[in-house]
Design a protein. Sequence first.
Length: 267
Amino acid sequence: MNHDARTPRSTAEVVSTHSVFGAPCWVSLTSRDLEATQEFYTAVLGWRWRPAKLGDRFRIALAQSVPVAGIGAVASMWQMAVAWTPYFAVPSADEAVARVQERGGTAAVGPLSLPPGRAALLADRDGATFGVWEGELISNWETWRRAAPTFIRLHTRDAFDAAMFYGEVLDWATERPGCCEVRYEGGEVVLRSGGDVVARIESGALEAAPDPTIRPHWQVHFAVADVAGCARAAELHGGSVLSKGSDEAVLRDPDGAQFTVTSRRGR
């Protein structure tokens, strides 16, 4: 989803979902209280903020001047859960929504017109929530991609079935030039765009029966220098630590949104 308030200096800087498609292009958080959300993530992740062209309810989070994510205080307005959500680039939001519904998924919100594009919030057939974005990407999207401040991983019951679903919706592993590549590596389905790993799908050991206890969901990871420091800050500022290791911790903000911080060394 494009929350960016800046106007590109030239048309050469504009990247659209017609040239970049199928890949994760942004992550966004729905919030009930924009100011409280900003205070928490500034304390935990050191983010700074700038306005977004979508209006007063939206902000762009910056890490060392690189756009990291969008925050929208729309959970109450749109009757949505507070959650971190990955968005995938698509040439047509309407076509993506139709493909999701044809394959047993659901459309929760949209497509909505959010200039300079259109967005929809969806769920796959196992209930994992994700979004699609059609239109211009943030003006320095290539910087965001190269900096890799975020990473997404789908935890699901059947990685191969999920890969088939998303592949058919997002044109993965097709003959279309520029499509994402999908491979099975190290017990996971790995998604690459332009040679870079951009997402992973996991469901347990190879040939193991699907685990009915798993609640399928996309987990958003943020690369940080100090995992333990982030965990301490989360607890000090009203959040909680769900699990913690030397290189990774799963945290929850005061509003209930879950996310992961991952050491840049282990990224």
